[in-house]
Design a protein around this ligand. Structure first.
Ligand code: 13P
Ligand code: SF4
Length: 306
């Protein structure tokens, strides 16, 4: 934890380095509060991809996990994309490899593959279109085929299937342990303590948890919902960093977090690491062209849907 005095000194240094490098800082909603505070743009995976595609900065410092920084590089190939801690991975993304994807595809050679953005560039390269938790329904619906392979998050896939009963989704058996460990009892206990609170949960949660929710949404969707809602209290069924973001944006409302829902990889990025990477230009993301080209098409097909 950085002290307030150190934090303000570090923030000034970050501002100076950003100007010197013509850099922009993109941060995911699960980042540490002090990292969220220095970001130029905070968002969910979809919002961050769109921002990466649109920025005219020369350097993108990506505070998130590896697949997110890779996606930024795919969409901004001429920019330098840096990660303050390149070891910040996503165990869900690591549950699928090009080999396991090929095996999964084999019995359904005619079915298109929708892959969650939480995948490596290699897996994206072997998929037809990408999606995030904000647009999985729209992406699946955009495909003509009835039978569609969905990877790697089976909970997001199951929720998407529930919204689109006329499609047949074949689900790859992956999951996010941070979200799967949010149990129905945790939501029920919070509901018992705060009966007025509206329950928002992420689609990576299991069905028993999703069924207790008033709203199932990506982190960006939760932000929009909480801002527009008349409710004053909310239970936030996702990684705990989201509650900080929501409280910053809605100071008159109260957000109850799931204390144990913590993604250790998302917390690897610290302010001193942000300074170091901007100063020394370390943690650069590179993707071999033979992978980047097909992977970019997969992401661009998604971005084109709006
Ligand atoms: P969002 O795109 O909803 O922010 O989710 C990203 C993620 O990694 C969820 O665990
Ligand atoms: Fe990956 Fe889950 Fe962490 Fe999101 S919360 S980055 S899906 S491990």
């Amino acid at each position: 934890m950085v002290s307030v005095a150190d934090q303000s000194e570090i923030s000034q240094e970050i501002e100076r380095l950003k100007a010197e490098r013509n850099a922009v800082i993109l941060a995911h909603n699960y980042q540490l509060p002090e990292v969220q505070d220095v970001a130029d743009f905070l968002g969910d995976s979809l919002g961050l991809s769109q921002k990466a595609a649109g920025t005219d900065a020369d350097v993108i410092v990506f505070c998130g996990v590896h697949f997110m920084a890779q996606t930024a590089k795919l969409l901004s190939p001429d920019k330098t994309v840096l990660m303050p801690d390149p070891s910040a991975g996503c165990p869900l993304a690591d549950m699928i490899t090009p080999e396991s994807l090929a095996e999964f595809r084999e019995p359904y050679p005619e079915a298109p593959v929708v892959s969650y953005v939480n995948t490596t560039a290699e897996v994206k390269a072997g998929s037809d279109i990408c999606c995030t938790s904000a647009n999985s329904v729209r992406v699946v619906e955009s495909l003509e085929a009835k039978r569609i392979l969905f990877t790697p998050d089976a909970n997001l896939g199951e929720w998407t299937q529930e919204q689109l009963p006329h499609k047949q989704l074949i689900l790859y058996p992956g999951c996010c342990n941070v979200h799967v460990n949010i149990r129905p009892e945790m939501i029920q206990d919070l509901k018992h303590e705060h009966p007025e609170a509206v329950v928002m949960v992420h689609p990576e949660c299991v069905k028993d948890v999703r069924d207790l929710a008033d709203v199932v949404a990506s982190t960006g969707g939760m932000g929009r919902f909480a801002a527009a809602s008349e409710a004053q209290q909310f239970i936030v069924g996702t990684e705990e960093g989201m509650a900080y973001r929501l409280a910053q944006d809605n100071p008159d409302k109260v957000f109850y977090r799931i204390q144990t829902a913590l993604c250790p990889n998302m917390k690897k990025t610290t302010l001193p690491k942000v300074v170091h990477c901007l100063r020394e230009m370390t943690g650069e993301i590179t993707i071999p062209p033979q992978i980047a080209e097909p992977a970019r098409l997969t992401v661009e097909r998604m971005v084109a849907l709006g």
